[in-house]
Design a protein around this ligand. Structure first.
Ligand code: SF4
Ligand code: SF4
Length: 346
């Protein structure tokens, strides 16, 4: 090719859309990406909803899909202390929220594995649950809504954060060791032998040696009096978003996935919050794609269009999520060029 000729632009990714927010609507739009599902061991990545959160995607919507795929609900334990931190209480909460008709697999309930990365700015390896190896395809079903750190949470966040194991979540959220409230320590001794870095001493008062701490966040979930905490805010917002996108890239390079975004109950904050704030726009519909970046770009545009605001999440969640899309494009997560195919138009 002559030096002055530009390489032809890649074709836009296809994103399929319906306004029909019913189980039948989901089945209709999913048919468009069904041929991309490979193998028989299908994980359906969902969010079971934090205790008290009203806006997570309800299991009734995805029942026909889950049963037709013979899928297993897959999730990971969270970083902060609560019911979703521990496998037993996480599964119990999922069942309370109605996720009863398919098996549930907490991917990091036993151990973790590492996916290596090359050439990324922040992340050298992604730490994920060992059960990831049990699935041929993961269907990533995401509630598209706001997020106080990422602007919006869609497919990228559901993969990057949602499939990262606890140590991975710590790596994205924090750039320092856990916080320590030494005055709360009752000297039970539980944390010391379980710290993989042998970084904790409790005499004369509890201290973490920053040279030895490997940032696994195990201590945060172990301590009965919550001495240890997540150092929220130790990573600034731009770096947090880049790490999130890098995690999504590494995981999607290692696991076959297709994507569903549900644009309903679009709250300013995420399903991890009991009080996520009232939805700020009317329900929009369901999107599917095989391109993680394209589906989030299309979802972002549809929310902006419905609100008549250039960046609705910057206004309602207080953070613009656009850097997720821009950085995703830069590192080859997918494309923000998409063709929106409206299945409701005759
Ligand atoms: S984060 Fe992990 S390595 Fe660091 S002190 Fe806690 S348990 Fe130990
Ligand atoms: S687990 Fe908590 S209360 Fe027990 S020794 Fe460690 S810091 Fe102190």
């Amino acid at each position: 090719m002559p030096a002055n000729d530009k390489a032809p632009a890649a074709a836009p990714a296809k994103v399929y859309f319906t306004r029909d927010l019913s189980p039948a609507g989901l089945m209709k739009v999913f048919e468009k990406v069904h041929p991309a599902v490979t193998g028989t061991r299908i994980g359906l990545k969902v969010h079971f909803g934090e205790e008290g959160n009203a806006y997570y995607i309800k299991p009734a919507l995805m029942k026909d899909l889950a049963l037709s795929l013979k899928a297993t609900f897959v999730e990971t334990n969270v970083l902060y202390v609560g019911k979703r931190r521990y496998t037993d209480s996480h599964i119990a909460l999922a069942k309370e929220h109605g996720f009863t008709y398919a098996p549930i697999d907490i991917l990091d309930s036993e151990s973790t594995i590492e996916y290596p990365a090359k050439g990324l700015k922040h992340i050298k390896k992604a730490i994920v649950g060992s059960h990831m190896a049990n699935y041929d395809t993961i269907v990533v079903l995401s509630h598209f809504k706001g997020h106080m750190g990422a602007g919006f949470g869609g497919a990228i966040k559901n993969v990057g954060m949602g499939l990262g194991a606890i140590a991975g979540k710590m790596a994205m959220h924090a750039s320092t060791i856990p916080t320590v409230k030494a005055s709360k320590c009752i000297k039970c001794g539980v944390c010391v032998p379980q710290c993989p870095g042998k970084a904790i001493t409790i005499e004369p008062k509890v201290v973490i040696d920053p040279e030895k701490c490997i940032g696994c966040a195990k201590c945060i979930g172990l301590c009965p009096t919550r001495v240890y905490g997540v150092p929220w805010g130790s990573t600034d917002t731009p770096a947090f978003m880049e790490k999130l996108v890098e995690y999504a890239k590494i995981i999607s390079d290692n696991k076959h996935m297709v994507y569903i975004n549900v644009l309903a109950n679009i709250s300013p904050d995420c399903d991890c919050m009991a009080g996520a704030g009232k939805p700020f726009v009317k329900d929009i519909g369901i999107l599917v794609s095989t391109d993680m970046l394209a589906i989030d770009a299309a979802s972002f545009a549809l929310v902006n269009e419905a609100t008549h605001i250039k960046d609705a999440f910057a206004k309602h969640s207080g953070v613009s999520g656009k850097p997720q899309l821009e950085y995703g494009e830069r590192i080859g997560l997918g494309t923000t060029r998409y063709e929106l195919i409206d299945l409701d138009k005759k």
